[in-house]
Design a binder for this molecule. Structure first.
Ligand code: ADP
Length: 159
């Protein structure tokens, strides 16, 4: 069983994340989408809301499991018996941070390999942050996120 972890904040999940998950699924028997607890990030959606949106979207893909984790990613990967961590690379701007994280994780556990996947070109400019900004300004986000996410964003921003 070849298993990979796809960690992230998913605040909220976008079509870019889903594209990466589908690509990862072609390489691994199981992709574990793991919502990281990170209090510093002050998310728009609560952990439960983000998990529910992931379950409703990525969770419907065969061979994809949704879960959450606290603490060190490499320890979580070990506990899950996963040999790889998936990260998405959109542009050069992602590179420096991702490179640092990948090498630090390798120092912590050399057995866990980080694999970078590039999304479809249409999604290279997409991020959870920009989707939230557009929705907050009343823009249409329906081509960037699944329908349930667009609805959840509308609910958050209609006061
Ligand atoms: P994090 O807080 O860990 O960066 P995100 O949910 O923002 O969590 O992103 C999780 C992973 O998905 C990261 O590797 C990020 O680069 C990648 N990612 C986010 N949006 C896209 C996208 N549009 N295309 C490809 N990868 C993406």
């Amino acid at each position: 069983m070849r298993r990979a972890i796809y960690p992230g904040s998913f605040d909220p999940v976008t079509n870019g994340h889903l594209d990466v998950i589908e690509r990862a699924r072609k390489l691994f028997d199981e992709v574990v989408v793991a919502l990281a607890h990170n209090d510093e990030k002050r998310p728009l959606f609560s952990l439960e809301e983000r998990l529910a949106l992931l379950r409703e979207t990525a969770g419907k893909i065969d061979g994809v499991r949704i879960t959450q984790f606290k603490g060190l990613l490499v320890e979580f990967a070990r506990a899950e018996k996963a040999g790889a961590v998936i990260r998405g690379l959109r542009a050069v701007s992602d590179f420096e941070f991702e490179f640092q994280m990948a090498l630090m994780n390798r120092k912590l556990d050399a057995a866990v390999e980080t694999i970078f996947l590039m999304p479809k070109e249409d999604y290279t400019y997409l991020s959870s942050r920009i989707v939230k900004e557009i929705a907050n300004l009343g823009g249409d986000v329906s081509s960037f996120v699944p329908t349930c996410v667009a609805k959840a964003l509308n609910r958050k921003f209609t006061r």
